[in-house]
Design a protein around this ligand. Structure first.
Ligand code: NAI
Length: 461
């Protein structure tokens, strides 16, 4: 038992970042984590392992499809799944160990076990009860399956099981055309699986700018993805030799079936608060989410919540920002998160990224806006690298020119978006982006060209 200024429950990107920042600000801090490794979903069974597999399989795709054009002869490219997974495991370990090192460096106590808030100011882990002047709940989320589908993480998997599949399925059916379905569908598609995505809505990636979503679907279709849109999965029958996925087309209620070796359920995630004792504590919840005020404090004084257990996008970087901000707040400083400028990235090839408002949202708001677009076909670097699919789309206020949103599909879209994030944070206009010198030849020139298109016109289009 020990006395702390702050006990953070959960060692994911929200929790560990919060703990480190709090310690840096002079608070005696502990972080409670029960999974046996720090880093949460992101480092252990999410962002990082999936990126290891996405990178490896993207190189495989390059070798198979682009090497010849580039004049590289590699006749027999093949895959060693064991090695690919060993790389994934090494990356996870070096990242999670890195956080333990950072905890030691910053004097954060790492308490191993599952935490329960037994009363305000007291966190129980195993048999020990720790006193905490402040408590931050950062317990994240877990996959939300469909009630009529029993996940076994072997043949019917969530993202967690999909990242453990060492045998490439011949036929993979993905339920849900969101981020997880498309990223992991890409991994197994590149490894040779026939991938069919069944999506309830009429377009993939709900919430994304419609023009980008449509282009994204077309590019993925060219890569071999099959899509059943406007279709609700109604059941998965488990036979010895295969799975039978039943779905209903929403427009005419017609019933269909498709065979699969593996089904990936990627229908969203839900907040994880099991065993925390929140009900007994009287913490206000809504649909499983922990409700907080603008300073991330729950209705129980001294108990805060951040990340996936709270409202907003379930993104590691949103949790990190909240983690830092709540630590500042508890330390008596001013913590702030600008929710209007949180980028979203899908790490497929090409990547897709966005920040700010979509064209649909601007229309809904009745706001006068301008659209500036530039295709990567007009970008020299993209052509040299054989990655000229996609475009940059910028949206600005018609009167003031202020940048209101950016939507990019193309090479390095996940990095390019940050120029716009910084710009939006500082209230930039498209003219500010135009006036900024962009190195040649870089993909980033496409962003400047899209900004030029908002004014007197792009040069290379
Ligand atoms: P999602 O919310 O992105 O997509 C789920 C999709 O499933 C939706 O399009 C929905 O319409 C569809 N769906 C729901 N029920 C269905 C049914 N019965 N039949 C067919 N389709 C159905 O959720 P996803 O992909 O599972 O990701 C979960 C969370 O993890 C998201 O919040 C996402 O932002 C986050 N994440 C982010 C990543 C990134 O930033 N690159 C990577 C992976 C996850």
């Amino acid at each position: 038992m020990a006395d702390y200024d702050l006990v953070v429950i959960g060692g994911g990107p929200g929790g560990y970042v919060c703990a480190i920042r709090a310690a840096q600000l002079g608070l005696k801090t502990a972080c409670v984590e029960g999974r046996g490794a720090l880093g949460g979903t992101c480092l252990n069974v999410g962002c990082i392992p999936s990126k290891a597999l996405l990178h490896a399989t993207e190189l495989l795709h390059e070798a198979k499809h682009n090497f010849d054009t580039l004049g590289i002869i590699a006749e027999s490219v093949s895959v060693d799944m064991k090695k690919m997974y060993a790389h994934k495991i090494n990356v996870i370990k070096s990242n999670t160990d890195g956080i333990e090192f950072l905890f030691k460096k910053n004097k954060v106590d790492y308490i191993k076990g599952w935490g329960e808030i037994v009363e305000p100011g007291k966190v129980k882990v195993g048999d020990d009860v720790h006193n905490a002047k402040n408590i931050v709940i950062a317990t994240g989320s877990e996959p939300a399956s469909l009630p009529f589908i029993e996940v076994d993480e072997e043949r019917i998997v969530t993202s967690t099981g999909a990242l453990e599949l060492t045998k490439i399925p011949k036929k993979l059916v993905v339920i849900g055309g969101g981020v997880i379905g498309l990223e992991l569908g890409s991994v197994f598609g590149r490894l040779g699986a026939e991938v069919t995505v069944i999506e309830f809505l009429d377009e993939i990636t709900p919430g994304m700018d419609k023009e980008v979503a449509k282009s994204f679907r077309r590019i993925l279709s060219k890569q071999g993805f099959k899509f059943q849109l406007g279709a609700a999965v109604t059941g998965v029958e488990k036979l010895k030799s295969k799975l039978k996925v039943a779905y209903k087309k929403r427009k005419d209620d017609s019933e269909h079936q498709i065979d699969a070796d593996v089904v990936l359920v990627a229908t969203g995630r839900r907040p994880y608060t099991e065993g925390l004792g929140l009900e007994a504590l009287g913490v206000t919840m809504d649909r499983g989410l922990v409700m907080t005020d603008a300073a991330w404090q729950t209705n129980v004084a001294g108990v805060y919540a951040i990340g996936d257990v709270t409202e907003g996008p379930m993104l590691a970087h949103k949790a990190e920002d909240e983690g830092m901000a709540v630590a500042e707040q508890i330390a008596g400083r001013h913590g702030h998160v600008n929710y209007a400028v949180i980028p979203g990235v899908i790490y497929t090839a090409p990547e897709v990224s966005s920040v700010g408002l979509t064209e649909e949202a601007l229309k809904e708001q009745g706001r006068a806006y301008k659209v500036g677009k530039f295709p990567f076909m007009g970008n020299g670097r993209a052509k040299a690298n054989l990655v000229s699919e996609g475009f940059v789309k910028l949206l600005s206020d018609k009167e003031t020119g202020q940048v209101l949103g950016a939507h990019i599909i193309g090479p390095a879209a996940g990095d390019l978006i940050h120029e716009i994030c910084v710009g939006m944070e500082m209230g930039a206009t498209s003219a500010d982006i135009v006036k900024t010198c962009h190195a040649h030849p870089t993909f980033s020139e496409a962003v400047r060209e899209a900004a030029l298109a908002l004014g007197d016109g792009a040069i290379h289009a």
